[in-house]
Design a protein around this ligand. Sequence first.
Ligand SMILES: Cc1cc2nc3c(=O)[nH]c(=O)nc-3n(C[C@H](O)[C@H](O)[C@H](O)COP(=O)(O)OP(=O)(O)OC[C@H]3O[C@@H](n4cnc5c(N)ncnc54)[C@H](O)[C@@H]3O)c2cc1C
Length: 379
Amino acid sequence: MNQSHHREVVIVGGGLAGGAAAALLAQAGKRALLFEREAGPSHKICGEFVSEEAQQYLARVGLDLAPLGGHAISRLRLVRGGQMAETPLPFRGLGLSRCVLDHALLEHAARCGADIRRGCEARILKSESGARVHVDGEEWGPEALLLATGKHDVRDLRRHLVKPPEDLIGFKTYFKLNQAQTKALRGSVEVIVFSHGYAGLQLVEEERANLCLLTDRAQFQQSGSTWEGLLHDLAHTSEHLRQRLYGATPLLDRPLAIYRVPYGFVHAPLPGDAQNMYRLGDQVAVIPSFSGDGMAIALHSAALAAQSYLCGSGSREYHRRIRTDVAAQVARASALYRFGRSAPGQRMLIPIARAWPKGLRLAAAFTRVPPAAVMRVMG
Ligand SMILES: Cc1cc2nc3c(=O)[nH]c(=O)nc-3n(C[C@H](O)[C@H](O)[C@H](O)COP(=O)(O)OP(=O)(O)OC[C@H]3O[C@@H](n4cnc5c(N)ncnc54)[C@H](O)[C@@H]3O)c2cc1C
């Protein structure tokens, strides 16, 4: 039989959303308990572009990014076939691996006083008295349960998607590029557009190159349903990617993969939702990845949830506010994403970006968490 415990706050998931919420609540004197499935630092599917707002949130949480050795990024390059457009970013981004960043944040939360338990997969059950957490035969009935488990649905707590996710597959791996290509990539994030998707390429700490790409299942199958086949075909389509990867050494045995990410999802509160449950990060909103702002949304939701819990306004008000803060941003990013995937959009992308470089900067600004919302939770 399960042993039952009480805790004011239990957080499930120790990514950026869960880690930041644990640190903020611990700083406010709450002994938050966090369960993370992975036993130690681990790789995640992510382009690892840390936007300026994400950096600001991490600073607000008290995490010093300087010793983590990220790579400063100030330019955006858009590449399609033999065409390229380049523009300075309206802010300074950072290339930093999630393996390093998420681990550093959990360690920081523990130093702040949060109880971090790694290697613990939690199950969530709804009951009359609200959502409860089960881990290894023990049960927790918290005042507030912060659900920060990332992109995929949790058993018994399916999200209500307006439409099914597209048949997209995401991959992420690292390469050590040759010296000339490392130099050429320094300071830039590159988005290489293909007919079936796109790849993001940038340096992270120790000048490793993060290659993160999205393609549809049909393209993957055409390439023989293997990573090697896909990479070969994409490098054949893009001379730019072929050059970048010439003489490069893969740093992972095989890439990480993810399937059917529900891009465009924003949680709409429902009458049956458990009143003690707060959805954070990708559990509350999933912005198309090209925007490089998923981490900022995750951190924003953590700060807002902590604030709502601490001031007693509750989960219903939290879900209303987070939706107000990010729904327009996610909708704009989704519209740009659809345009970029359409045949006319693909043809017009580079000519528009070349003729109107400010447009790229505007697109980057439009797909960020609105400054007023950031100010409200940063205080
Ligand atoms: C292809 C791709 C590229 C992206 N590139 C970028 C980018 O460059 N910049 C950017 O800002 N955003 C990017 N994103 C988005 C970003 O990765 C996410 O928005 C962000 O990771 C969300 O953080 P999170 O804390 O909600 O979830 P996650 O980071 O996914 O963390 C969830 C955690 O919960 C744990 N967990 C899951 N289930 C359980 C359980 N039952 N019990 C205990 N623990 C559990 C997992 O192990 C994990 O550590 C990208 C996304 C994709 C798919």
